[in-house]
Design a binder for this molecule. Structure first.
Ligand SMILES: Nc1ncnc2c1ncn2[C@@H]1O[C@H](COP(=O)(O)OP(=O)(O)OP(=O)(O)O)[C@@H](O)[C@H]1O
Length: 296
């Protein structure tokens, strides 16, 4: 529930930037000057350490997540991958006992800078969670627009229709639901619900999309559809995905980072780089053992 609320209460960009980045068909006429699409964003984590109370779970993690690329985060359970992901859009600070050190830069600007508002980080860095979390009783149409409604962003009927179709198309769901947009989101299959959540995230035009094991609750067919969706989306939005599925990391990501928390020590990155190289010729023996299923 916390995740759901966090996801949809982000403040939206102006209608101009909303529609400028949805090119699949002509946007309804707006009384605004034409806008250039925003360039793809790169994300950089510098020396990130994290704690829950006095339990340190990450130690000086640095990683660049290049613009327009899918970066996968892999590693055994409990090594801090989800914590790292949540730090990337300031969700870690929602846990009362949580603290952190380090910097997260989007296009060189630190999202933790005291001058920057929390809502700005949430606006530009969206999140899709492990368990699909649409509003079950709300219609498919209204689920996509949930962020607009909650933040009071005005869009007229044509603009809303356009946004719903564009985001559902980008999320690979439009053809399956276009004739039942008023049906409840909870009536969709698990895979469709996850794609609805992706559409909901896209409706607020994030520049980076974080995905925390987005397919772990899905069957292989739905998983493949989500993967295809990700490979399409990466043309518009930089993606970072946490996955336990080594085949998935290889199928979708260009770059990969291997996290590990050795016995009693906080999580750190053992190795990162080109995904293909990490799986075929890892530098570190622990990476070799992990990607070959010898532990984890
Ligand atoms: N809300 C929390 N309060 C206290 N400790 C937490 C909290 N969330 C995570 N932790 C601890 O932080 C460490 C890292 O957890 P995290 O969920 O980031 O790991 P992970 O690599 O994503 O694991 P998994 O792959 O199982 O999801 C673990 O020791 C975990 O118990």
């Amino acid at each position: 529930m916390t995740d759901q609320l966090t996801d949809v209460t982000r403040v939206l960009p102006s209608p101009r930037s909303l529609f400028a980045r949805l090119p699949r068909r002509s946007a309804p006429a707006l009384d605004l000057p034409p806008a250039e699409p925003e360039p793809l964003a790169s994300l950089e984590a510098r020396d990130i350490s994290a704690w829950f109370g006095d339990h340190q779970v990450l130690d000086r993690v640095s990683l660049t997540m290049p613009a327009g690329v899918i970066t996968s985060l892999i590693g055994p359970s409990g090594c801090g991958k989800s914590t790292f992901l949540r730090i990337l859009n300031r969700m870690h600070e929602l846990v009362p006992s949580a603290s952190l050190a380090g910097e997260v830069l989007i296009d060189g600007q630190d999202i933790y800078n005291a001058d920057r508002k929390l809502v700005e980080a949430r606006k530009s860095i969206g999140m899709v969670f492990q368990k699909p979390n649409p509003f079950p009783a709300m219609s498919i149409y209204d689920n996509v627009l949930a962020g607009l409604k909650l933040t009071g962003t005005h869009a007229d009927r044509d603009q809303r229709d356009f946004l719903v179709e564009s985001c559902l198309t980008k999320a690979g769901l439009w053809k399956e639901v276009k004739d039942r947009l008023r049906a409840p989101g909870g009536g969709l299959s698990g895979g469709q619900q996850q794609r609805l959540c992706i559409a909901r995230s896209l409706a607020v035009t994030p520049r980076v999309l974080l995905m925390d094991e987005p397919c772990s609750a899905l069957d292989p067919t739905s998983t493949r559809v989500i993967e295809e969706t990700m490979l399409e989306l990466v043309n518009d939005v930089t993606i970072v995905i946490v996955t336990h599925n080594m085949q998935q990391a290889q199928r979708v990501s260009t770059q990969c980072a291997f996290f590990l928390a050795a016995q009693g020590t906080p999580g750190a990155i053992v190795e990162h780089g080109d995904t293909e190289a990490m799986f075929s010729e890892p530098i570190d023996a622990r990476t070799f053992d992990y990607v070959n299923g010898r532990f984890g």
